[in-house]
Every structure is written in structure tokens, then in C-alpha cells.
Design a protein around this ligand. Structure first.
Ligand code: PEP
Ligand code: MN
Length: 263
């Protein structure tokens, strides 16, 4: 804020169709991973019908176990490209390795840097040089200062189109997968001009708790949400337990619109 007193806002997606920043409440929704062409084309269509302009789905997945589904990689990118062409939805997808930067940047409207890579400085310097908006997730144990300094690596590229995403941090609590730190939003807003999104899916790890924390994020001053939505969460190849289905997503949208009629 010392350098830039005004809030950052920018446009994302085909025809600059989505806006991220104060004055908007932006929804980024979709499955955790690109699992198949059918899934992604279906979700892109379903989200477009609901007015959602940005779809999330990872082609490259950072999985805790090397034996878990690792994502479809390049093939996944081709599927995302097809979904974008078919529906006009904007694509938000994760970049894990500098060697995939060009391939991901060609398909993504916004590049996600995952929690585990928040301080991967080579990756941050790499996306700093790309002409693409970046969604920078908070590290699993990152302080506000560390998170903002990670963002500075991108801003100093210069790449000014950065949004922060709170996705929960590691605490002693074990009733949820992570502890969604909504209390970071007011202090972030006080010191930073960057938009702040909230991911209640990874923040809770349990689909039953996602809607309440999504509404709480809106109330706490977030500029939007990243939500995992899957038509059949029980069949998802990653993060099924925290993914909501279309019916639950519709109910969430309705409740958010009651709080924010402009949505
Ligand atoms: C994701 O968005 O699917 C993801 C892997 O998130 P995080 O990096 O926050 O764990
Ligand atoms: Mn996920």
C-alpha cells in the first residue's frame, strides 16, 4: 500500500469476461483435477449456465503420495483448451514446474501457484515473467509477511495481476483438513492492495462445512471464492470429500446472492 494506495483489480479470461478485485465477487469453480474430457466439458457447461466465468481444474497435481493420481498433464491441458473453446469459460489451472510454464500459459487464463509452491522462488520468478494473471495460494504455514513477499516476487517481474488465495493453514486442530484463516483478510486488506480470494474447500476438507465458510469469507471482505465442484464427488480422483455437487453449489449460490444481491 505504501507503493500503491489504490486496490488492484484486473480482468481475466476470454474477452476479459471476469473481473477480480474490490467491487466484484468472483467465483472460480470446478473439480480438483482434470480427470477426463467428459468431466471437464460437462463442468464447463454447467458452470457457464450458472454464470460462473472462471473454471478451476488441475492438469498437474501436487499430491502428498506419489502413488496417488498425479493429474493428466499435457493431455489435461488439451482438454481444458477444448472446454474453453466450447463454452468461453476462463481457465484457472496450476503450474508446478518451470519446465511446463509455456504449455500452461498457453491454455490458462490465470495460473495457480499452489500452497506447496508458495516459496518456490524459481517458479515465482518464472510466472513473474509471464503475461498472465496469477492466483497465489497461501503456503501451509506461511505468515502474512511471507505470503506478501512471495507475491512481491511476481509483482517485481513486473506482473501486477496477482490475486492472493487463503486456503487454510496447518494447526493443531483436527476437526478439519486445514484451519481456514479468515482472520487474515482484514490485516491483509490493511497492508496490501491485492485482491484476496478464499478457498473453503481446501480450508475445511469437508463438503458439509464449505457453504458456511464461503459465506463467512464474503462477510469477512474476500473478493471471491475458489470452490471445488464435482458432479459426482464420491467418484472424484482427488479431493472428493471436500467437493460439493451441482445441487449443493446451486444452494450456495442462492445463499451468497441473498448476502450480496449484485452477485
Ligand atoms: C488445489 O487447488 O487443488 C490445490 C492443490 O490447492 P492447494 O495448493 O491450496 O493445496
Ligand atoms: Mn484440490
Amino acid at each position: 500500500r505504501e507503493m500503491k494506495p489504490h486496490d488492484t483489480a484486473f480482468r481475466v479470461g476470454p474477452n476479459q469476461g471476469a473481473r477480480i478485485g474490490p467491487g466484484s465477487f468472483t467465483l472460480i469453480a470446478g473439480p480438483c483435477s482434470v480427470e477426463s474430457r467428459d468431466l471437464i466439458l460437462g463442468v464447463a457447461e454447467a458452470m457457464t449456465q450458472r454464470g460462473v466465468k472462471l473454471m478451476r481444474a488441475g492438469a498437474f497435481k501436487p499430491r502428498t503420495s506419489p502413488y496417488a493420481f498425479q493429474g493428466m498433464g499435457e493431455e489435461g491441458l488439451r482438454i481444458l483448451e477444448e472446454a474453453r473453446a466450447a463454452t468461453g469459460i476462463g481457465i484457472v489451472t496450476e503450474l508446478m514446474d518451470t519446465q511446463d510454464a509455456q504449455a500452461v500459459a498457453q491454455v490458462a487464463d490465470m495460473i495457480q501457484i499452489g500452497a506447496r509452491n508458495m516459496q518456490n522462488f524459481a517458479l515465482l520468478k518464472c510466472v513473474a515473467r509471464l503475461n498472465k494473471p496469477v492466483l497465489l495460494k497461501r503456503g501451509l504455514a506461511a505468515t502474512l509477511e511471507e505470503w506478501l513477499m512471495a507475491a512481491e516476487y511476481i509483482l517485481s517481474g513486473p506482473n501486477y495481476n496477482v490475486a492472493l488465495c487463503e486456503r487454510g493453514v496447518r494447526t493443531f486442530s483436527d476437526h478439519s483438513r486445514n484451519t481456514l484463516d479468515l482472520s487474515v483478510i482484514p490485516p491483509l486488506k490493511a497492508v496490501s492492495h491485492l485482491p484476496v480470494l478464499v478457498d473453503p474447500s481446501h480450508g475445511t476438507g469437508k463438503r458439509a462445512f464449505v457453504p458456511a465458510m464461503a459465506r463467512a469469507a464474503l462477510a469477512a471482505g474476500a473478493d471471491g471464492l475458489l470452490i471445488e465442484v464435482h458432479p459426482h464427488p464420491e467418484k472424484a480422483l482427488s479431493d472428493g470429500p471436500q467437493s460439493i455437487d451441482y445441487q449443493e453449489f446451486d444452494a450456495l449460490l442462492e445463499s451468497l446472492r441473498k448476502l450480496a444481491p449484485h452477485l
